[in-house]
Every structure is written in structure tokens, then in C-alpha cells.
Design a protein. Structure first.
Length: 410
């Protein structure tokens, strides 16, 4: 806790967490104010107004739209069609889009299966699995998909070559040179519809882009909504973005225009699978069919990263936003972020991921039996599942709205 408080104070002094002067914690206020006076919140909280614009049926409809393209496996026509559809949706919200283009050539297969974790007993990313565990893996057998139409849709194999990913940007009114990145990965695999992994995270980011792009919404800082490709093969889309854009940060172009094609990165908030927190497998390997009442949204940073203290502070900002804005399910903070598009950013800027469960300890132990399986289809999930994803959206929207100084135009 001591290191967290120190990091939070440092972020406040640096104005990386600008909203803390009016919202988050007394310790943060003490870091930036010369006296113990507290700023008063407006009579109407504009961020709450924006959170209230999130709608369960719209969120579900966006996920459903993504499932039209099957598992959206990278390097296929269905993936390219999904990128086009996402871009069209973002443009319809009034969020200007751009694309990152790169080439993906898969490395040769490793017959040894890769480098293991030895006998440490730790999960990927750190953390110690406990309790009942179930097998996990990526389904590669098309015949395990009983829906013949979906099986045919997913038949085209991936091929090496050019790739594209799309992002859109809400430009800040007073600090356009500073930016938070809000991401989700749009590709999947496993011969299902990738409704949860990662239709749920992609739809969340798209819904936030829709709300922040409203004609009456203004932010002080810029927000970039990124829909990464190639996450399932090793986060190549995110890595291409960093390689192409990192050195452009904060540079005005053209000079004197007050236009910043790549604002300075203040933080990265990634969203992966968001729907399924039904608890640990039973001793016989079966799972509860219903979302558990004590389900939560997991916010993770990586304790071994160079920006661990700053990332932890950002994670706790989302936790505070969850307490204030999430309606049904709480959030929990963990320190073992791994295997998602925030990973390439973790040594560069504050970076966190948001999921249904901890990636290594929970998902890696079989807590989500739909993960990379033919059963990851829209029809499998209930409104209780979709509402967990909506609560994650409430959490991120609340935090980003505060971080960027969101207000409503009169």
C-alpha cells in the first residue's frame, strides 16, 4: 500500500491522473493541494450521465454484430471483413478512424512446445493456482463445431502476409497532445464465434467510442479507441502500433496547427474476455451454468514491469471508478497481467488489463471452458453474463471520463 500511495501521489503531481483533485483519494489531494480544502463536485456529474448512456441491449447487439464474422481469425477474409465492419461502425458514431498496416509471418512451429515455467508452480504471468483445475487449450478440430453454417464460415485457414487494424480518436479540447489508449482485440480462434474472446472486449471499446463521440461530449485530453489484430498470435497488432507510432508522441504536425497525430501516451487500458465468471470448476470438472452472484471484474497490472507502480495506481483508479459507477458487480485488482495487448506497453507507460477473471491463475486453470472453444458463441451467454461486461464498461467509462476531464456541452 505504501508504494501504491507514493505512485499515486507522483502521478497526481505529474498530472497523469488529473481528476484526482476532485474525485479519488485524500492522499492524492494532499499531494497536489497546498491546504486540506476539497474541490466541490458539480451538481450534476457529467461522467455519471455518460455512464448512464451505456445500454445492455446495445452492448449485446454490438457483440452479436461481431459474431457475424465467425471466430475472426487473423489472416482470413472473415477477419478482414470484421475490420471493415468495425471501422464502419466507428465512423457512424462520429469517431474518425485510421488503420495500422503491418505484415505477419508466423514463426516456425516449435516441436518442443515452447519454453515452460519449470517447477515453480506458478501460472503464466505469476500467481499460484489453487483448488480444482480443468484442462485448457485451443480447439483446432472443425468437427467439434456442430453448427454446420458456422463451421463453413470458419473454414478458410489463415495465411501469412499483410494485416490491418483500425482505431478511432476523440480529440481533447484543451490538451489534445495527451492521450489515454482504450483497447480490445478483435481477432479470435477456436471454431466458434469468439463472442466472449474477444467480442465482449471489442464491443465494450466500441460502445465507449460511441458514447465519447456524442455531439454534446467534450474531453480535455484525447482518447484513442484501438481494436487490435493478431492478439491471439502474440500481440503483433499492438507491437506494430508501438513500432510505428511511439516516436511520434507529442509532436505537433504541421507545426503551429495544434494538431497531434500521436499524442503523448498517458496510459493503456486493455479489455479482453468479459462475460464469464461462473467460479472454479467442480471436482468432477463441471461448471455452474449461471453467473455467480459474487462475480467480479478483474483489473490487472504486471508487478514485474518497469512501470509497475504507475500501472498499479492506474488499476486502483479503475477500482475507485467501479465503486462509484458500476451497478451490479464489483472490481478486484491483481498484479499478474499477462497475455494481452497491454503487455507490449507495460514497460513504456502505465498499462493494465480488464477481464472476467485473472488470466493466469483463473482462466489458465479452466475457469472459462468456452475459452478458444466451439462453444464460445453468442447464444451460450445469458443476460447475467452480458451484464458483467456492461459493468466493466461502466468501470472503464467512469475512470476514463474522469482521467480525461469529460464534460457535457451546454
Amino acid at each position: 500500500m505504501t508504494s501504491y500511495l507514493a505512485a499515486l501521489r507522483a502521478l497526481c503531481r505529474a498530472a497523469v491522473l488529473p481528476f484526482c483533485v476532485s474525485t479519488v483519494l485524500p492522499c492524492c489531494l494532499a499531494a497536489v493541494l497546498p491546504s486540506p480544502a476539497f474541490a466541490q463536485e458539480p451538481a450534476v456529474d457529467p461522467v455519471q450521465v455518460l455512464v448512464d448512456r451505456l445500454d445492455l441491449e446495445k452492448y449485446k447487439a454490438t457483440i452479436k454484430g461481431l459474431t457475424r464474422f465467425g471466430d475472426r481469425r487473423q489472416g482470413t477474409d472473415r477477419n478482414r471483413a470484421a475490420v471493415d465492419w468495425i471501422e464502419a461502425q466507428l465512423k457512424s458514431y462520429g469517431c474518425p478512424t485510421e488503420r495500422i498496416k503491418y505484415v505477419y509471418d508466423p514463426p516456425p512451429a516449435n516441436p518442443g512446445g515452447g519454453r515452460g515455467r519449470g517447477n515453480t508452480g506458478l501460472a503464466v504471468g505469476g500467481g499460484r493456482p489453487r483448488g480444482v483445475r480443468a484442462p485448457t487449450g485451443v480447439n483446432t478440430d472443425p468437427m467439434k463445431q456442430p453448427d454446420e453454417t458456422l463451421r463453413a464460415l470458419n473454414t478458410q485457414p489463415t495465411t501469412p502476409g499483410p494485416r490491418e487494424m483500425v482505431y478511432c480518436t476523440k480529440v481533447g479540447a484543451t490538451r489534445p497532445d495527451e492521450m489515454y489508449i482504450v483497447g480490445g482485440h478483435m481477432d479470435g480462434h477456436g471454431w466458434g464465434e469468439a463472442a466472449n474472446d474477444d467480442g465482449s472486449g471489442t464491443a465494450l471499446v466500441m460502445e465507449l467510442a460511441r458514447i465519447f463521440s456524442g455531439p454534446d461530449v467534450q474531453t480535455e485530453r484525447t482518447i484513442r479507441f484501438a481494436l487490435w489484430n493478431n492478439e491471439e498470435t502474440g500481440t503483433q497488432g499492438a507491437r506494430a502500433y508501438i513500432a510505428q507510432r511511439q516516436d511520434l508522441q507529442g509532436k505537433e504536425s504541421p507545426a503551429g496547427s495544434k494538431t497531434y497525430p500521436e499524442p503523448k501516451w498517458l496510459g493503456m487500458i486493455q479489455h479482453d474476455m468479459m462475460l464469464f465468471d461462473h467460479g472454479m470448476p467442480r471436482a468432477d470438472g463441471t461448471m455452474s451454468r449461471e453467473q455467480r452472484p459474487e462475480a467480479d471484474v478483474n483489473i490487472e497490472f504486471q508487478s514485474n514491469s518497469k512501470m509497475a507502480a504507475q500501472s498499479a495506481a492506474l488499476a486502483w483508479v479503475l477500482k475507485a471508478a467501479s465503486e462509484k459507477y458500476a451497478t451490479d458487480y464489483p472490481a478486484a485488482v491483481g498484479n499478474h497481467m499477462t497475455n494481452t495487448d497491454s503487455g507490449p506497453f507495460q514497460d513504456l507507460i502505465p498499462a493494465i488489463s480488464v477481464r472476467e477473471n485473472e488470466r493466469g491463475v483463473h482462466i489458465g486453470s479452466g475457469w472459462d471452458p468456452q475459452w478458444h472453444q466451439p462453444t464460445d458463441v453468442y447464444a451460450f451467454y445469458s443476460d447475467k453474463d452480458f451484464r458483467l461486461g456492461l459493468n466493466a464498461a461502466q468501470t472503464t467509462l467512469g475512470a476514463v471520463g474522469q482521467l480525461t476531464g469529460a464534460t457535457l456541452k451546454k
